[in-house]
Design a protein around this ligand. Structure first.
Ligand code: NAP
Length: 293
């Protein structure tokens, strides 16, 4: 089985690059080898590689910048997944794609189900909804995994930002009224591989895939610093101050509730994800004691 992976240098793509070879021969491409803004390049690559499975881990993920260049975000997140899926449909290949909690407005008080109506607050969220719809419309068999608050040892993310700011500042003000599930990119990659090892063709569809449990950004920052202090006892600890979203204005609104309900992942695919603090501990060990000590 040949597997085509796009976005090999991203957080999730990097983890998939290590795990997908257990399922077949992987052709892993970064932006320089396959630019998803080019329809011709997408069609040519799909026809040259002829994958049995295509895993699209590439995305335009710069949420605030997307407001200034919505056409680019839409091309990469909305149009490209549809083109990939149309090509996959022609050859009966299976598509794996990732989407986001940002498809929702966050006003619901309970975790979102796959059946809840998207209502994005941002250009990024709109572009990701378009990608989901394009894959469904193609008729290709697929998994669309909606995930949230991704972090990893590799890449730019909240964990690295907090560790850097802790070295630079005496005080960190962190939003304490947005809740979500911080999800290790490895959890996404491992769950993807486990899903592809099962009878995946019969279980095509949309799934929420996040770590178990939830926390605010403030709680997440505190857990990162507590873990860092355990691993590096002489680490300088800044004061952590909880603030509200209104005290930290960003160009783009974020959902107040980013929690996704993983029940369908459990009942249909038989898959469970670790509690977020368990994965955070593992990832932090990789970041701060890379030899695994
Ligand atoms: N990050 C999150 O918190 C989060 C939350 C929910 C859902 N998701 C979704 O999860 C998936 C994986 O996210 P991630 O965090 O792994 O993203 P990431 O780290 O930002 O990686 C995205 C990758 O896509 C590549 N890319 C960007 N534009 C491209 C283009 N025109 N052609 C080809 N490749 C391009 C980037 O290439 P370069 O390396 O060259 O920039 C990067 O390697 C995405 O679908 C994302 O929407 C992410």
């Amino acid at each position: 089985m040949r597997i085509l992976l796009t976005g090999k240098n991203g957080q999730v793509g990097h983890e998939l690059q290590h795990l997908l070879p257990s399922l077949g021969t992987v052709v892993a491409l970064g932006r320089e080898e396959l630019d998803l803004t080019s329809a011709d390049a997408i069609r040519k690559t799909m026809r040259d590689v002829r994958p049995g499975i295509v895993v699209n881990a590439a995305a335009y993920t710069a949420v605030d910048l997307a407001e200034q260049e919505p056409d680019k975000a839409f091309a990469i997140n909305g149009t490209a997944p549809g083109l990939i899926a149309e090509e996959a449909r022609r050859t009966d290949a299976f598509v794996v794609h990732y989407s986001t909690d940002y498809v929702f407005d966050g006003s619901q008080k309970t975790p979102y189900l796959e059946t809840d109506m998207p209502n994005p607050l941002s250009a990024y969220g709109h572009s990701k909804v378009a990608g989901e719809n394009a894959i469904r419309a193609s008729g290709a068999a697929h998994f669309i995994f909606r995930t949230s608050w991704i972090y990893a040892a590799h890449g730019r993310n909240f964990v690295h930002t907090i560790l850097r700011l802790a070295r630079e500042r005496d005080e960190l003000k962190i939003v304490d009224d947005q809740i979500g599930a911080p999800t290790w990119a490895r959890t996404v990659a491992e769950t993807t591989c486990a899903a592809l090892k099962a009878q995946y063709r019969d279980r095509s569809g949309l799934y929420h895939l996040t770590a178990a449990g939830s926390v605010t950004w403030f709680g997440f920052a505190k857990a990162i610093l507590d873990e860092a202090k355990t691993l590096q006892p002489d680490l300088r600890m800044p004061a952590l101050i909880p603030i509200s979203t209104s005290e930290y204005p960003l160009p783009t609104p974020r959902p107040a509730n980013s929690c996704l309900d993983n029940t369908r992942l459990h009942t249909t695919l038989g898959l469970f994800t670790p509690d977020w603090p368990v994965s955070l501990t593992q990832c932090m060990r990789e970041i701060l004691s890379p030899c695994g000590n």
